[in-house]
Structures are given as structure tokens and as C-alpha cells.
Design a protein around this ligand. Sequence first.
Ligand SMILES: Cc1cc2nc3c(=O)[nH]c(=O)nc-3n(C[C@H](O)[C@H](O)[C@H](O)COP(=O)(O)OP(=O)(O)OC[C@H]3O[C@@H](n4cnc5c(N)ncnc54)[C@H](O)[C@@H]3O)c2cc1C
Length: 548
Amino acid sequence: MICASELEKYSVFACLLASQRERIASVAAEVIVNENEWIIRQGESPSFFVLLEGTVQCEKEYGGTATLCLQHVPGDFFGEAEILLDSVAIASLQAHSRCRLLRLDPIQFKDMLSSSRRCNDLVVEVMTERLKFIREHMQSNDQFRVEVTGSSDDPGCREVRTFLSQNHIGYRWRDHGPKSATEDGCGGSSLIVDGVISVGCPLTARKAADALGIKTRPSDKCYDLVIVGGGPAGLAAAVSGASEGLRVLLVEKDGIGGQAACSTRIENYPGFPSGISGNDLGSRALKQAIQFGADIIMTRRVCDLYPMANGYCLELDGAERVETQVVLIATGVQWRRLEAEGVESLIGRGVLYGASRTEGRAALGKNVFIVGGGNSAGQAAMFFSEYAATVTLLVRGAAIEETMSTYLMEQIQRRSNIIVEPSTEVVKAEGGEHLESIYTCSNGVIRKRLADALFVMIGAVAHSDWLSKDIQRDQSGFILTGEDVRKPFGKRAPVGLETSMEGVFCAGDIRFRSVKRVSASVGEGSMAISYIHQYLSRKQVYENRMAS
Ligand SMILES: Cc1cc2nc3c(=O)[nH]c(=O)nc-3n(C[C@H](O)[C@H](O)[C@H](O)COP(=O)(O)OP(=O)(O)OC[C@H]3O[C@@H](n4cnc5c(N)ncnc54)[C@H](O)[C@@H]3O)c2cc1C
């Protein structure tokens, strides 16, 4: 139990009135942690802690390695920066000895600050020092394994940088300006891993993965289940399937995480009240799936799927084949193209589909335009507003309320450098080596405006054109499952997530009538495993019967 009288000796509480300390003591939680136990891990939702007894070590994970950066003693507090900056924990804290701590949740902490100016000033002062220290610590522990050199306009550099950040691999980026002609025709782009392995031009995510030792080839020829797509649905299925004893291969054409990897903060995923980035969610699920024994390969595209005597064969790019008893298609969607003059020729040179975190720094001080009125566009606007001078959200519809969640709209309204322009369309883009300007049309009025970057986020089309017509789809390419299948195979109707091809299942955004959300995709991915078990046990019964 925490007594008001004991709080007076700690600087953060000393500046409060006795009645305020009494209130803190009555609402705060007392936390006892044994030696080596974690108090909070980097990336988790923060709370405000004051160390009352014991010592705590602060560890910062950076570029894939954790280093010790601070030791806390009684009276020290932590968690304030994350709460005030609305971020997840920026470092991990571990008890160095048995510790006793006082914990306030973010609302209680903010109440405390608003009740005392002196307390507020003290906390902000400590926070500023702490952030400065962590920044310096990171600079002095610059342990990047990878160095990418090239032009931000080079699609190869962009592909590699996106792949590295999706996979949480820290890298040093050396931008040598606009892509120039060189003898090798690659504009001098290069990638160096561990200071020794040099990757040749043109840069690709596959080459980077190989150089980094990330798996790009399956370990076996035969599996129980092959999952196509490493977004939330595919990853959830890999975790559930492998944990329940299936021999699982997951094939992902890019890096792990799917569309969710573009999301800087997913706020509606259960269990993460302060939100979690799509990258974090993806890399945690990847780790979990590998721990359970799933075989996961990246930068490989599945190009074909056809039935065999006892299951299916999948053809990967590079003409490699794998066999499996069951297939789960979790290939999600990709961005719809913006039909406007000049846009196509500037893709990758100022015009980009989607918005990855790697673009943040490039937007520093610039004028950024985002086309789209959905949550994805809204999240991108919030992200870029931290870097860009202005972010203009161009929305075709008359009211953003119709397409964007209320919480996001409210956040956008509070950001002074985000401008929302409803009833506006992009009709043309102009530029030479790089995008220079766009033309917008609003209520019949055409305006030319200088633009440094145009991010297009106008809805999505299904990733299903590689499938044969035996797998039924709707007009937009979304895969039919269960009761929606028009002509069911044989005597048995397809079960819940089964497609028109027996033993081929489908989960996530690619599925007809799916809810386009991370949690829904995760749910479907896990649920598919239960249908797959039922299918395999029925098949086993059938095969045993045929054999006898
Ligand atoms: C910017 C952005 C922000 C978002 N924010 C939120 C949010 O805050 N909350 C929320 O709930 N939802 C959000 N969403 C939606 C959410 O990300 C999707 O609903 C979810 O990712 C769908 O998961 P999925 O696994 O079905 O498909 P995807 O995430 O699309 O993953 C499919 C994967 O399959 C791979 N693939 C495709 N074809 C092949 C092939 N032939 N071979 C191998 N691999 C292939 C793709 O590369 C991709 O990685 C957001 C989406 C975006 C783009």
C-alpha cells in the first residue's frame, strides 16, 4: 500500500500539496517486481512509474540490438515522455533488484500534471533531458548492419528500404541526390551488409534478403498447408497452424505485414490501447510463427496454383514448386490506380501508391498531397504532418465524415498543418525528373499547385489475378467462399472459408464480403485453421477408406 506521507521525499511529488499527494496515494497502484522481471517492454503501452525502492535498468533496442543505456534509482520516474508524446514505450525497463514502484495510468498522470504547474515543469524538464540523452545514446551506438546508397527516386532503393523497415532492420541511408546516369545504368545505387557483403545493381528486396540471411527458399518440397500472403490474415494462420502441429509454409512476395505494415498506428486492434504500428504487429507475429516452426519465405511470389492427385502444387516465381495438402489464400489487396494525366510516368518520382514510414524523412519541410478520404489516407496525413510543412488531403467526396473514422477526423482537425479539401480531384501531374506540380479540380475550378510529393490512397483492388478461373471471384476479383460459392464441388458444400476449389481456403481482405480490418483478418486467418483441420481429418478418413 502506498501512503501519502512517504511520497513527500520524492521530487516529483514534493511540489504537490498534501491533499494532492493524498489523492495520488489513493489512486496509484503499488507494483512489486522481482529481480530481472520486465516492468515494461519497448513498444508496449506506457504508464507513468515512480521508483520507490530498488534499481531499474533501461534498455534501448535499436537496429536489431538491445543496449543498456540508463540505470534508475529510487525517486526516478519514467513513462512521462511516451504519455505526453502519445507514443508507445521508447525503451524497455527491467528490475535490476527487487523493486517497488508507484504506477499511474495516463489519465491519472495527466490529472496530476494539470493540478500543479511546478510538477508539470519538473516532468517536462526531465523528459527533455531524457530524450536528448536517448538520442545521443543512439547516435553513439550506431550499429547499422546495412548501408543503402542511391537516389530516393530509384525504385530499387525504395523497394529495399521499404523491405528493411518492414522487417525492422536498421539501415543507414545515403541519398546522393537525383538518379544520375552511370555506366552500369543503375545510377550508382548500392547496398552493403555488415560492411562486407556488397549487393550489386539493380537493387531488389530479394537480393537484400539473401544478403541478410532472410529465408527466400522453402526448406521442404511438401507441406500440410501453404499460406499465400504474409499480411495479418496469413500470419495469424501461420501462428495457429504451426502451433497446432501442421507443417506450414508461408510465402510472401514482399516483406512481412501486408497493408498493415503501411499503417503507422493501428488504434483499433484489441490489446493495444495506445495503438501499435503495423510493422510491430507484423514482426511480433512473424517471430511467433517461426517459434512454432512455420517455414516463412519472403520476396517470393506465388504465380500459379493447380490440383494434383493428393493435394495441390504451387508455383513460385523462378519456376520453383511446392506441394501441399491444403492452401490458404491470404493475398489481400493493392492500391487502385489514379487515372489522371501525367501520373503514371511520375510513379516512384514523387508520386507514390500507399505511404510507407521510410518516406517520412524525405517529406521534411515539404508540401505533401494525399489523395483519398479513407482511414488509410487519414493515418498517412497524421504521419506526414510530423515531417512536412503542409499536408493537403484531397478528397473526392463532399464530406470526409462519410469515409473516415471519427477519432481520426478529430485528430486531423487538431493538426494545424493538415488541410482537408473535399470535392477535389487531381486531374494532372507535371514534372521532369521529379514531380513538380499537380492540377486539382474543385467545383469546376482548376488550380495548379506546387507539389513535392503525391501519395495516392484511393481504395484497393484484389490480389487475385494469378488464380485460375476455377476459383470463383466476384466482378472485382474478391474470392467467393462458403455459401457464396455458386456451383459447389461434388456432394459437399464448401465450409465457411473454403473456396470453389475443395481444400483451398481464403481469409482476409481478399475474401468476398470480408471486413477490411486487421482484427477481422487475424480472426479469419485463425478460423481458417479450424476448417483446415476438419478438412484434413475428413480427407484422412476418406483416404483410409479408399486404401482399405
Ligand atoms: C495505410 C493503411 C492503414 C490501415 N489502418 C488500419 C487500421 O488502423 N485498422 C485496421 O483495422 N485496418 C487498417 N488497415 C487495413 C488493414 O491493414 C487490412 O485490412 C489488413 O492488412 C488485411 O490483411 P490481409 O492479411 O487480409 O491482407 P494484406 O494486409 O493485404 O496482406 C496480403 C499480403 O499478401 C501478399 N501477396 C499478395 N499476392 C501475393 C502472391 N501472389 N504471392 C505471395 N504473396 C502475395 C502481399 O504482398 C501482402 O503482404 C489499413 C490499411 C492501410 C493500407
